[in-house]
Ligand binder design. Sequence first.
Ligand SMILES: [Zn+2]
Length: 343
Amino acid sequence: MKAVRFHKHGGIEELKYEDVDEPVAGPGEIVVRVKACAINHLDLWERVGLPGVRIPLPHISGSDVSGIVESIGPGVENIRPGSATLLYPGLSCMHCPACFEGHDNLCRRYTILGLLTDGGYAEFVKVPAVNALPFPEGLSFTGAAALPLVFLTAWHMLVTRCAIKAGEDVLILGAGSGVGSAAVQIAKFFRARVIATAGSAAKLEKARELGADFVIDHSRRSIRDEVWRFTHHRGVDVVFEHIGSATWQDSFASLAYHGRLVTCGATTGHDASIDIRQLFAKQISIFGSYMGPRHELLEVLRLVQKGYLRPVVSAVLPLEEAGRAQQMVENREHFGKIVLAVA
Ligand SMILES: [Zn+2]
């Protein structure tokens, strides 16, 4: 089969479109013919190399996959070859207390499809049969592939971790990113008032189209000053963080009394400081969040099918242009998701 792999960590030039042996489904596994695979920032980290994470080389990235079941391994009875599927990207042991309690993203063996295993930048991908969700009706393969990772992450952050409530003010950083564009929609679904940041007028316009009530061009204005102005010096109830060092001080300073800050990433760096006096005096909560349990993806898909949430696809490129797709993510040229279409 054709796949895009890297044999060593490095720049975009390390991504090679090449012939690779097709995966074979073992017991309890299926092989899916990939129709579409979305790009995530995680893919770029994998290529560059993640400190403390040994990624098997050569490696095929790709966590968000939609496609057609090609073959099933021994013991798989409830899935038929030929059926369309959307893959749940979380891989866990399915046996520990966390998995049994429905918190598989807290499993000690939790990982993401395409991180330590080969993923969807390929014509075929092998996954545990339990990861195959019925294909959400009414969506295209590219639209479906744009959903899982970012919507699951944003849902878990806002709904599960922060318990977002109607009427709250929510600051969403980087609304042009995949996770940011999902967060704007989820916050609006819960009738929050959304302040969104982005780095260009075009992206701010798109954030407004998704429902943002107030937008901040973070390349030209101070986030905290604009939040202060919009909220009449009250601050926001929730800050949705994934940028890291570059925005942390602004994020923390934008919180109202009893505010919650939730983060799922540190794209610009992972060093930050906190004024502990502000933390206790303003009774602030800080939440870490990583992906979300499998049942939360089903909740998201139900809302997508009813039209309350929608995938935001910025561009669709062929598999062989995975390098250009990653370059677009690195250059922040996109609004929403960039998806690879696989023949
Ligand atoms: Zn487990």
